[in-house]
Write a protein that binds this ligand. Structure first.
Ligand code: COA
Length: 329
């Protein structure tokens, strides 16, 4: 029998309708469209508005679309994994809540936290459920409501992030398509440079703690940039090297969308032109776990069966990595 690989057989995304553009940010903090555009490449981002609307709302919309377009029924799903740093609540998991919204009753479901690298970690875990033979249909979601942890008086961070969700269906493949190799790394040296400290067991929320703003996203941008730009490019280059891939062999780089300059440096290191890079940071900003599946969704029409794709990410922790896959349809 042929070896079983795990392949993406469908992808769908969802972003909220509200657009927060750079012009509106100019009225909120001391910034300019010019500064944001040249430093980051971001022009606008989506924000999930409304009481009681959490990450699971967006994830469920992405899954609804995914099931519709693949013709898969909720009771056929074996597992649901959500990569998120902004879960609806500490528990139950956002994955549990998504299953409830969709009517998925026969599946295991859990969240994974690896910040902006979360989707790469989650898809590898999902793929291993398929490779083991234990699962036939696994949904892997990247979803974040970053607006829920933004301090909209901090110009250095609030301009960077947006909300969104993307979901892929993983199924077994016996023709060799799908996920081929992954490099996943982490190093806790970044713990003080990029974090949301105030929602966890170290800093249980009290009125005094709220005043310290520890429940908001915190980043030392310049320091993080230096790590991100080298490690994301290193991982992408390493996965190409160990799979004997040259720039010409790559159809697309699908990078995490944190900063246009980091993406350009990664493409440059891989020896590929920007025409082979999926980039929607201009419209969505950094949606953390959702950036890569949102790119897969928007470029799905351009991918051809057999295309070599490299996905690469860097995020809080630090965590980073690269995944090599061949497109299956
Ligand atoms: N508008 C105008 N000026 C701003 C600003 C804004 N929104 N935000 C910061 N500035 C100012 C700073 O105060 C600073 O002013 P100073 O020189 O008078 O002190 C100046 O612009 C430069 O700030 P700096 O932080 O050095 O800018 P930068 O070129 O490093 O860009 C980031 C900032 C955040 C865009 C960039 O560092 C970055 O992308 N970092 C990595 C993000 C990342 O990959 N994260 C991991 C995944 S989530």
């Amino acid at each position: 029998m042929n070896k079983v690989t795990a392949a993406i057989t469908g992808v769908h995304g969802w972003v909220p309708p509200y657009i927060l553009d750079n012009k509106e940010l100019e009225t909120m903090v001391d910034t300019t469209d010019e500064w944001i555009s040249t430093r980051t490449g971001i022009k606008e981002r989506r924000i999930l508005k409304g009481e009681g609307q959490g990450t699971s709302v967006m994830a469920a919309e992405a899954v609804k679309g995914l099931l519709e377009k693949t013709g898969v029924k909720p009771d056929e799903i074996d597992g649901v994994i959500v990569a998120t740093s902004t879960p609806d609540m500490l528990f139950p998991s956002t994955a549990n809540l998504v299953c409830d919204k969709i009517g998925i009753k026969n599946a295991y479901s859990f969240d994974m936290a690896a910040a902006c690298s979360g989707f790469l970690y989650a898809i590898e875990v999902g793929a291993n459920f398929i490779r083991s033979g234990g699962s036939k249909k696994v949904i892997v979601i990247g979803a974040d409501k970053m607006s829920s942890v933004m301090d909209y008086t901090d110009r250095a961070t609030c301009i960077l992030f947006g909300d969104g969700a993307g979901a892929v269906l993983l199924e077994p493949n016996t023709e060799g398509y799908g996920l081929q190799d992954a490099i996943l790394k982490s190093d806790g040296e970044g713990k003080d440079l990029l974090r949301v400290k105030g929602h966890g067991s170290i800093e249980p929320v009290t009125p005094e703690k709220l005043m310290k703003k520890d429940h908001f996203f915190y980043q030392e941008g310049k320091a993080v940039f230096r790590f991100a730009v080298t490690r994301m490019a290193d991982a992408a280059a390493e996965i190409m090297e160990r799979n004997n891939l040259k720039g010409d062999d790559i159809a697309y780089l699908v990078p995490h969308q944190a900063n246009k300059r980091i993406i350009e440096a990664t493409a440059n290191r891989m020896g590929i032109g920007m025409d082979k890079v999926t980039m929607n940071i201009e419209r969505y900003g950094n949606t953390t776990g959702a950036t890569i599946p949102l790119c897969l969704w928007e470029w799905e029409k351009d991918f051809k069966k057999g295309d070599n794709l490299v996905m690469a990410a860097f995020g809080g922790g630090f965590t980073w990595g690269a995944t090599y896959l061949t497109w299956a349809y």
